[in-house]
Design a protein around this ligand. Structure first.
Ligand code: NAP
Ligand code: MG
Length: 497
């Protein structure tokens, strides 16, 4: 039995789902792992077990790949009218909308995030499916005028069987970012959620069946990086892996591709994004934004502005405001819709606390936070917002992705200095600049090495806008038309007339 705060009434369907035996989706069937092995998934707000999840090994992944290959050669891909693919994807979005509350509750229980933030994730995922439902009928090729007496045309074809490996911070949304374009393009999918958060992916498998996708078009296999993710990345009959996660594992995915069948690889990896504020900015707007660009999702978001650079004359004013507003944030069980939920796991909590200790040893000044929450919150993985002030950019806490509610802040003096410092990092996922000087804003946007730049805003996303990393933050761009390129390949056809 799971314990639920007494003021909360979960949907009966949520409870029924949690109490049912969890099964993967392979070839349109619900299956246990062939070995019968399972692993527990926990509620990070309490440490309690929510369910046992099947642990897929090589044999299960093989079965999923066979089912996906059969579907790809059979009922799906080029055999199906794209308009029908589009309708199926749209239908899936409708079913997600119908089961919005269930998906929210499962995401909150499994990941810990506040219920209203889980709602935002589910709605974002639905939007994503709808956006790519539109693309299914618009994937066009081209003709190239090379010489008289010839016709040269280029087809955009699906890749085949694609492995989709996603992290735990936005479980359903990251799955949607990959599934939606992969399906629109006519691929068949093996989705592997992170071991900490399998529940919404398994529930989504149910909706995919209900929507009427042919068997094997989407398979959901559950289990940890080893053996499950590893079996996908090394598989000889998977044509592509689309991965979102850490840079460390991203390297392993590339290595696995090189050692197996040179499957295509796209990577959305870590970040350590600079949030740069010039003194001439609208400081009230900065104050409103900086709280969430620092601590949203308890800091477990790859794009957050975890390196804060503020022009010297307004540094104290903005940092004391951030301290004050962060100090007022509530922490708690996500079902009670606090401002912040727990970190995902004990392991992640220890990792983040390790960075905090390192920062103290390296001589950074701790302005607030830094210690695991005690008392009522002790059984969950709670850490309060933590702010460091520092001078030297070479500190570990300034250079490495912490992935928790920890930001580092420093003052700067002029433009050339800040461009150099903002770019002094191996990551390049996102950046923001705040200024009312239009030229300076665009100059910075051009000078900074990041895949996304926000001017006078933060964390703005839309399915239509490409997203991905410079440098060690990744390879390829998801979203928008870019994701169509990621999930198709071009075929040139020469005709001698
Ligand atoms: P992670 O440890 O890299 O795991 C990501 C996924 O890879 C999980 O499903 C994981 O499985 C799997 N995996 C682990 N080892 C593997 C292996 N050897 N072969 C194949 N798959 C393997 O990352 P995380 O801790 O879940 O997520 C946090 C990281 O994701 C952060 O670095 C964050 O910046 C990044 N992230 C990036 C973006 C972006 O769009 N750029 C978005 C969100 C998160 P298990 O966890 O089950 O072992
Ligand atoms: Mg969990």
């Amino acid at each position: 039995m799971i314990s639920i705060p007494k003021e909360i009434q979960l949907q009966k369907a949520t409870l029924d789902f949690l109490q049912s035996e969890q099964k993967m989706w392979i070839g349109g069937q619900q299956v246990l792992s062939q070995s019968g092995n399972t692993f527990p998934t926990l509620n990070p707000a309490s440490g309690e077990k929510l369910a046992n999840i099947p642990l897929a090994n090589q044999a299960d992944v093989d079965a999923a790949v066979r089912a996906a290959r059969q579907a790809f050669e059979g009922a799906w891909s080029t055999k199906m009218n794209p308009a029908k693919r589009s309708r199926l994807i749209w239908k899936l979005a409708d079913l997600m909308q119908r089961d919005l509350q269930i998906l929210m509750e499962l995401e909150t229980l499994d990941n810990g995030k506040p219920l209203d933030k889980a709602k935002y994730d589910v709605l974002g995922s639905i939007n994503h499916f709808r956006y790519y439902a539109g693309w299914a009928t618009k994937i066009e090729g081209s003709t190239i005028p090379v010489k008289p007496g010839s016709l040269i045309y280029v087809r955009r074809e699906p890749l085949g069987v694609v492995g989709l490996i996603v992290p735990w911070n936005f479980p359903l949304m990251m799955a949607a970012w990959k599934l939606a374009p992969a399906l629109a393009c006519g691929n068949c999918c093996i989705l592997k959620p992170a071991e900490q958060t399998s529940l919404t992916a398994l529930y989504l498998g149910r909706l995919i069946q209900e929507a009427g996708f042919p068997e094997g078009v989407v398979n959901v296999v559950t289990g940890p990086g080893l053996p499950t993710g590893d079996a996908i990345s090394h598989h000889m009959d998977i044509d592509k892996v689309s991965f979102t996660g850490s840079t460390v594992v991203g390297r392993k995915i590339m290595e696995a591709s090189a050692k197996s069948n040179l499957k295509k690889v796209s990577l959305e990896l870590g970040g350590k994004s600079p949030n740069v504020v010039f003194a001439d900015a609208d400081l009230e707007a900065v104050k409103k934004s900086m709280l969430w660009s620092s601590f949203y999702n308890t800091g477990q978001e790859c794009t957050l502005g975890s390196r804060i650079y503020i022009q010297r004359s307004v540094f104290e004013q903005l940092i004391s405001h951030l301290q004050e507003s962060a100090g007022a944030l509530s922490l708690g069980n996500g079902l009670l819709s606090p401002d912040l939920g727990p970190l995902i796991s004990e392991q992640q909590l220890n990792r983040v606390v390790g960075y905090i200790d390192q920062g103290l040893q390296e001589g950074a000044e701790l302005l607030m936070g830094g210690k695991r929450c005690e008392g009522e919150l002790e059984s969950g993985y709670f850490l309060p917002p933590t702010i460091f002030k520092y001078r030297e950019d070479n500190l570990k806490i300034v250079q490495e992705e912490i992935f928790g509610p920890v930001v580092v802040a420093t003052a700067f003096d002029d433009y050339d200095e800040i461009v150099q410092r903002a770019n002094d990092c191996r990551y390049g996922l996102a950046a923001a600049v705040w200024t009312n000087d239009i030229s300076k804003a665009h100059r910075f946007a051009h000078d900074v090495k990041a895949g996304t730049v926000w001017i006078n805003g933060y964390d703005l996303f839309d399915p239509a806008v490409p997203f991905g990393g410079y440098k060690e933050s990744g390879i390829g761009r998801e979203m928008g038309k870019s994701a169509i390129d990621l999930f198709t390949q071009e075929k040139a056809v020469w005709v001698n007339l």
